[in-house]
Design a binder for this molecule. Structure first.
Ligand SMILES: [Zn+2]
Length: 441
């Protein structure tokens, strides 16, 4: 019995060291070695010939792109490509070819608050119902050209995001590549749903933990499938219901250290300058929202290499749900402030990601965020970079976000030129993920 146990332990150890060798620290694994086979790319090489190609960095007229299996094997001027015999050509006149878009901030388990408010979604709908909705939302993201989605918390639906990721990888449902955070972590007493008799243990939209227990909770979430850890560095729990910091500096640092030793990063919801400052100093990778960001905080973020995910579309949507018609004459104070802080962020040179908090507004309408980034003053080419190469780098996806030889074949084609009119991104005519076509003209 003793020797059997020793053999078992030794083989466990061997498996663990192999796994350690296999995984690059801090890069997201896009396929698990044991997964059942998902959809298979078509066997013939594909030659995509659009009017122009955005490669993740710049716009190129007259390029063509060759795809073999699930990889891009060549990209450049058509005359310079050696096209293998038997390749199938797809002509895309008037279209722009570009890397599959990457949604930087999504909640597949949520849907617009004007259809059902957040409290009701969290408290009244079963996780099963929410997961089925999530599957529909996943397909909408993919067909809208978002071939990768970073999930920022299930808001009370347990690990349904991990299940969605598995269902997509196994080819059970169509959907984008997912990077998921699971339940997310909040400080006790800070998060909702709120307003119940204290005797009730109300199911919360995230997992509460404090102090040393944060170590266990971070590890538990990792064990249950989180690719990264999301924390709420502040929340609306001030004496007058205003946003105030939640975790202490040392608590944030504890979570970052714990997650990092597993090769994972931490990202923080923060809308107050102090919450953003603490999270930045603790070593989080990205800050979500950042509405109350000051020039000083954005400069600190830039200095520490922390990126901002501004989620402009969520604030816009919520104010419209409250009755704003979108006209500049009646622009609410909160929108004016958001435009101002976004301007400060642009001026500071902090890395700006593209992520809208989709779920607060309709899945499939993800482009709304990119339109607002342009409207709030970012150059269209910078917005295109943010939604592709910049997001890919920030999310540790070294094989995505560019049209370049050797990269994974996540490619979309849109009608028109999104550099001239960002809303061209709504006219998605071709979607390819991992060499598989999900939408074709
Ligand atoms: Zn969010």
């Amino acid at each position: 019995m003793g020797s059997l146990r020793m053999i078992f332990l030794l083989s466990l150890f061997a498996m663990a060291s192999q796994a350690g060798l296999r995984s690059q620290p801090h890069e997201i694994s896009l396929t698990s070695p044991s997964r059942p086979q998902g959809p298979i790319p078509q066997p013939r090489p594909l030659l995509l010939h659009p009017a122009r190609t955005f490669d993740g960095q710049a716009m190129h007229e007259g390029w063509a792109v060759l795809v073999e299996g699930n990889r891009i094997t060549a990209a450049g001027p058509l005359a310079a490509l050696s096209v293998p015999a038997g390749a199938e050509a797809i002509e895309l006149p008037g279209h722009t070819l570009m890397p599959g878009l990457i949604e930087g901030h999504s909640h597949l388990l949520l849907y617009p608050y004007n259809q059902a408010n957040w409290n009701d979604q969290v408290l009244k709908e079963s996780n099963e119902l929410r997961a089925i909705r999530g599957a529909v939302h996943a397909e909408k993201n993919l067909l809208a050209g978002f071939t990768t989605v970073r999930e920022l918390g299930t808001e009370g639906a347990g690990y349904a995001d991990v299940a969605l990721k598995q269902a997509i990888e196994q080819g059970i449902i169509p959907g984008p590549r997912l990077i998921v955070s699971g339940r997310a972590i909040v400080a006790t007493g800070s998060y909702g749903p709120k307003g119940f008799k204290p005797d009730f243990d109300v199911p919360l939209g995230a997992e509460p933990a404090d102090g040393d227990a944060l170590i266990r909770v971070v590890r538990d979430q990792i064990g249950k499938g989180a690719d990264f850890i999301k924390v709420y560095a502040d929340y609306r729990w001030g004496p007058d219901g205003e946003a105030r910091p939640t975790f202490l500096q040392e608590e944030l640092e504890l979570m970052v250290r714990t997650a990092r030793s597993s090769g994972r990063g931490v990202v923080a919801h923060a809308s107050t300058a102090e919450g953003m400052r603490r999270a930045t100093l603790a070593g989080v990778e990205t800050i979500e929202h950042g509405d109350g960001g000051t020039a000083e905080v954005f400069h600190l973020m830039k200095e520490k290499g922390v990126a901002l995910c501004p989620t402009l579309a969520a604030g816009d949507a919520i104010l419209r749900y409250r009755g704003w018609d979108g006209s500049p004459e009646t622009e609410p104070e909160r929108i004016k402030q958001k435009k101002q802080s976004f301007k400060l962020a642009l001026e500071s040179g902090v890395t700006i990601l593209a992520g809208g908090d989709v779920g607060v507004f309709e899945h499939g309408e993800n482009v709304r965020e990119l339109e607002l980034m342009v409207e709030y003053g970012m150059q269209p080419l910078e917005v295109l970079r943010a939604a592709t190469a910049v997001n890919a780098e920030a999310f540790h996806l070294p094989e995505l976000g560019r049209i370049r030889e050797g990269f994974l074949a996540d490619i979309i084609a849109v009608e028109g030129n999104p550099e001239d009119d960002i809303s061209s991104l709504r006219k998605v005519r071709l979607v390819m993920k991992d060499g598989v076509l999900y939408r074709k003209l």
